[in-house]
Design a protein around this ligand. Structure first.
Ligand code: AMP
Length: 482
């Protein structure tokens, strides 16, 4: 059981003046409130407070919420409640028609969403399945054949099943498009339109997205009928619990700085972002070479390899996971304290998605960006979107000096006041234990007491090399380059 994370008495006014709620006030059936209590949830998150009632009232919903806000339960709980009257233990597939279809952009997110459905449906005789590509289609066919009420799928594999006629969508009543903006980025919109064309026209639709670029708005307009719009974080704003830190650093010193930060901060779990798959491979290999245990996760790796890498990371066996944007989408890693942007993304929305991996479920997190001079433009884009300048920290002297170019240091006035070798988060807002601000992303009252696990040294493959050698001296050919 997950420990209770947002213990607070129900029905108290929150910091924003809104009324706090307990799950009981949402009129959920006992089978669901029991399952939720088993998870240690004591009160609904803002997206759940706002999303559950309209979904129960059969309204279409457009949700502007990041992963990490509790949005999965926000749609899974009311959908399970709507399915419950027809839940049954019959062995006949005909008694388990497919009624809920959830589309997600990535396999990992699909697996996590389906697991959530199973968790919340533990006291109900309802069946769910997940289908995604990269794995044998046979077992999926068998499972679908036996009848499931809830299917979570990635669009490509769903179309495979439709072509093979192993799936009947004619009884679908509820459609959820999760992370619609990412579906768009990944080029899934044509696939989604193909799927929409074979769904029964009369159904309830829910669309969730962290950002709302124009094309997602158009999709929402076509898909949703008089939707209730739910927004729990300011549009395009990252979770408030995340502290940002920027290290201006020459390209050729990035890797040494990364290793230095991992070691000096005692990072035991850090997700490191690069843009390209090949750079993820290379960086993970180079880190291993530097004595830092690391694995990569990206879409060229088999599903089994991705799942294994994620599992090893979650269990703390591998402290560093190097990821591309697409692979990391939807990863739910509880209490992930650090995200490092080894390279900045080319679109500021991706920055929001990346840092959305940390600062989740009310726990503080830190997003550190290593920014080379050629990436300053992307940093400006991010800052423009966030409407603020992100705090700078300076790398240790030996790292700031590139043998290949001029000193890449920001003006003295911009440097952080903290010690360069061990920067501390500039600002980690603590939620008030007596108030709850419903305008903010999920930020449980108990979070102030939570802390990251104590720092521990990163596992080394070989004896620790002197810091000076790490920071100053490596041969140029070992440095990352694009
Ligand atoms: P999601 O945004 O759906 O990915 O959820 C993020 C995390 O929040 C998951 O680990 C959930 O288990 C957790 N969570 C969801 N609802 C609640 C709640 N009401 N109280 C505490 N944790 C929750």
């Amino acid at each position: 059981m997950t420990p209770a994370r947002n213990a607070a008495p129900p029905h108290q006014p929150g910091a924003s003046g809104e009324v706090r709620m307990s799950f009981n006030a949402l009129d959920l059936i006992p089978e669901l409130t029991r399952a939720v209590a088993d998870q240690g949830y004591l009160e609904p998150t803002p997206i759940q407070v706002k999303g559950i009632p309209p979904i129960l009232q059969r309204r279409d919903v457009m949700g502007c919420a990041q992963t990490g806000t509790g949005k999965t339960a926000g749609f899974a709980l009311p959908l399970l409640q709507l399915l419950a009257p027809q839940a049954n233990t019959s062995l006949s597939p005909a008694r388990h028609p497919l009624r809920v279809l959830v589309l997600t952009p990535t396999r990992e997110l699909a697996a996590q969403v389906e697991e959530s459905f199973r968790t919340y449906a533990k006291y109900l005789p309802l069946r769910s399945a997940v289908v995604f590509g990269g794995v044998d289609i046979g077992p999926q066919m068998k499972q679908l054949h036996s009848g499931v009420e809830i299917l979570v799928a990635t669009p490509g594999r769903l179309l495979d099943h439709l072509h093979q006629k192993t799936l009947n969508l004619s009884r679908v009543e509820f459609l959820v498009l999760d992370e619609a903006d990412r579906m768009l980025d990944m080029g899934f919109i044509p696939d989604i339109k193909r799927i929409l064309a074979v769904l029964p026209p009369k159904r309830q639709n829910m669309l969730f997205s962290a950002t709302f670029p124009e094309e997602v708005r158009r999709l929402a307009k076509d898909l949703l009928h008089s939707p209730v719009t739910i927004e729990v974080a300011p549009r395009n704003a990252p979770a408030d619990l995340v502290t940002h830190l920027v290290y201006p650093v020459p390209l050729l010193r990035k890797r040494a700085l990364l290793v230095h930060l991992i070691r000096s901060r005692g990072m035991r779990q850090v997700l490191v972002f690069v843009r390209m798959k090949r750079d993820a491979n290379r960086l993970a290999r180079q880190l291993q070479h530097d004595g830092v245990v690391a694995k990569e996760i990206h879409s060229d790796r088999t599903q089994a390899e991705r799942m294994q890498a994620l599992e090893d990371f979650k269990q703390g066996k591998v402290p560093v996971l190097v990821a591309t944007d697409i692979a990391a989408r939807g990863l739910d890693i509880e209490e992930l304290p650090f995200v490092i942007n080894y390279e900045l993304p080319h679109t500021p929305e991706d920055y929001v998605h990346r840092i959305g991996r940390t600062g989740r479920a009310g726990l503080p997190g830190e997003a550190i960006s290593l920014v080379s001079p050629d990436e300053m433009k992307f940093l400006e884009d991010v800052e423009r979107m966030l409407k603020r300048k992100l705090p700078r920290a300076s790398a240790p002297e030996s790292l700031s000096e590139s043998r290949h170019g001029p000193r890449a240091r920001e003006p003295r006035a911009e440097r952080g006041a903290r010690h360069a070798h061990a920067p501390r988060p500039q600002h980690v807002p603590k939620p008030s234990p007596s108030g709850f601000d419903f305008t903010k992303p999920y930020e449980p009252a108990a979070a102030g007491a939570a802390s990251h696990p104590p720092a521990a040294p990163v596992a080394h493959r070989r004896p620790h090399r002197p810091t000076a050698a790490l920071l100053g001296g490596g041969p140029a050919k070992r440095e990352p380059h694009k």
